[in-house]
Write a protein that binds this ligand. Structure first.
Ligand code: IMP
Length: 201
């Protein structure tokens, strides 16, 4: 495997994935640099299903190996919402400053021990012949009491990491990558890619 198309238009994700697989001599091609056109409908019921749907559509259309991820935030007190709907929760175009404020409001009187939450990331690698490899990982934490930190994105400013005593928007990108759902799922995927390359050789 020499090239993998990343089924994402998010530049941050492309950079992150490219960095992690560069030692394997694999080039990551962003979806925007391919002939792929059209929308991918994420109509799965789990993170894993959505990642498989995205990667399969790209691998089948372009005839190349494709990697996709799907991630989100599960808040236990809200019955694991927003979950797979994290991006569109409270409105797709609603700024995260407002989404985060509304979540804090929903959890206003909820005690510490009931504020447990996690970020989840599923990854799927699909080859043109249909071979599918998936990984999934979480980053456990709690919903904090205030919006804190400038790093990261999305729900990071309200996601409190007890072991750091900080939100995931207050730790450095390197620290986050070492413990994050996405970092862990990607490292697990790297192992699976290595196995596939071994089989190919
Ligand atoms: P997607 O995986 O690109 O569909 O993104 C899912 C959504 O989950 C994002 O738009 C964010 O709202 C949320 N999310 C996923 N990972 C993170 C993270 O590491 N920090 C903050 N929010 C995240």
């Amino acid at each position: 495997m020499k090239q993998i198309v990343l089924a994402s238009t998010n530049q941050g994700k492309v950079r992150e994935v490219a960095m992690m697989v560069q030692d394997m001599g694999i080039e990551i091609i962003p979806l925007s640099e391919t002939a792929f056109q059209g929308e991918i409908e994420e109509n799965g019921t789990t993170f894993e299903e959505n990642a498989i749907i995205k990667a399969t559509q790209v691998a089948k259309t372009l005839g190349v190996p494709a990697l996709a991820d799907d991630s989100g935030l599960e808040i236990d007190y809200l019955n694991k919402e927003p979950g797979i709907y994290s991006a569109r929760y409270l409105g797709h175009d609603t700024p995260y400053a407002i989404k985060n404020k509304q979540i804090l409001e929903k959890l206003k009187d909820v005690p510490e021990e009931q504020r447990t939450a996690r970020f989840v990331c599923a990854m799927a690698l699909v080859l043109p012949d249909g071979t599918t490899k998936t990984t999934q990982a979480t980053m456990e934490g709690r919903i904090g009491y205030e919006i804190k930190g400038e790093n990261g994105f999305g729900y990071d400013p309200i996601f409190y990491l007890p072991e750091f005593g900080k939100s995931s928007a207050e730790i450095s990108p390197e620290q986050k990558n070492a413990i994050s759902h996405r970092g862990k799922a990607l490292r697990l995927m790297k192992d699976k890619i290595k196995e596939l390359c071994k089989d190919e050789a």
